[in-house]
Write a protein that binds this ligand. Structure first.
Ligand code: NAD
Length: 258
């Protein structure tokens, strides 16, 4: 479905980003992986190259404008174009607002709101010239509803949905679609760390955290798998979704329906 397309996926050394990179490569795309963590990035590239896929990598901190600009330019230099940008890199911090470190709040916005802004800013000129582009911003159900303790994460995810709508309008007449994906709980290192934190605080094990804390909130009573997010992403960047733009596409096992 993505034969001949060139994609840059931020934060793709592990978790959701790595799965999207893998599925995009399987679908025929040339993929530029990115991460701030050199070790996970190199491991991911090695693994994908060993499977015969056309992939490359760029170390970049998406909180830094110059880094993001370089990542976009490296994608164009390596693959001749940039058809798809997935703004996926993210971090998490949980604390009540009165204890939330202000530097942490700024860092979260820098990575998860300004990072996507930089990406779109520098990808748009190439995409406009091509008359084609697909942008996915990894938002969250935290971009749609409030979660106590997540002042930074919630603000960034709400913000990136606003950025999605604005840039969808700006790209609409140039063959560019911009959408946000809003997953519920997905089984990744980020969520496993969160489960461990809750388990420690409550002095219970991770399985009990799932049964007692998470599943009562999720009608399907399970964690989403990264493959499901990758499948949804492929659809949203495919020709079949060419009329879908500016949307906050929810995939949450029913979490936000209640
Ligand atoms: P993860 O922690 O497993 O992976 C995130 C990756 O981003 C890591 O490889 C990390 O090194 C990288 N990264 C962090 N800061 C970076 C920076 N400044 N520059 C470049 N790379 C950086 O997380 P995940 O669960 O795979 O989450 C990926 C995205 O999906 C995030 O935006 C997250 O908010 C979002 N999301 C996750 C869930 C979930 O349940 N896991 C749900 C909704 C949304």
């Amino acid at each position: 479905m993505l034969e001949g397309k060139a994609a840059l996926i931020t934060g793709s050394g592990q978790g959701i980003g790595l799965e999207i990179a893998t599925e995009f490569a399987k679908a025929g795309a040339k993929v530029m992986l990115n991460d701030i963590n050199e070790e996970t990035l190199n491991k991911a590239i090695e693994e994908l190259k060993s499977q015969g896929f056309t992939v490359d990598g760029v170390i970049a901190n998406v909180a830094k404008e110059e880094d993001v600009k370089n990542a976009i330019e490296k994608t164009v230099e390596s693959f001749g174009r940039i058809d798809i940008l997935v703004n996926n890199a993210g971090i998490q911090h949980v604390a009540p607002v009165e204890e939330f470190p202000s530097e942490k709040y700024s860092l979260i916005l820098d990575i998860m709101l300004k990072g996507p802004f930089y990406g779109i800013k520098y990808a748009f000129p190439h995409m406009k010239e091509q008359g084609y582009g697909r942008i996915l911003n990894m938002a969250s159900i935290n971009g749609l509803i409030g979660f106590a303790g997540k002042a930074g994460y919630n603000s960034a995810k709400h913000g990136v949905i606003g950025l999605t709508k604005v840039t969808a309008l700006e790209g609409a007449d140039h063959g560019i679609t911009v959408n946000a994906i809003c997953p519920g709980y997905v089984d990744t290192p980020l969520v496993q760390n969160q489960l461990e934190d809750i388990a420690k605080t409550r002095n219970i094990d991770k399985e009990q955290v799932l049964e007692e804390v998470i599943y009562p909130l999720v009608p399907q009573k399970r964690l989403l798998q990264v493959q499901e997010i990758a499948d949804y992403s492929i659809f949203l960047v495919s020709e079949k979704a060419k009329s879908i733009t500016g949307q906050a596409a929810v995939i949450d096992g029913g979490y936000t329906v209640q």
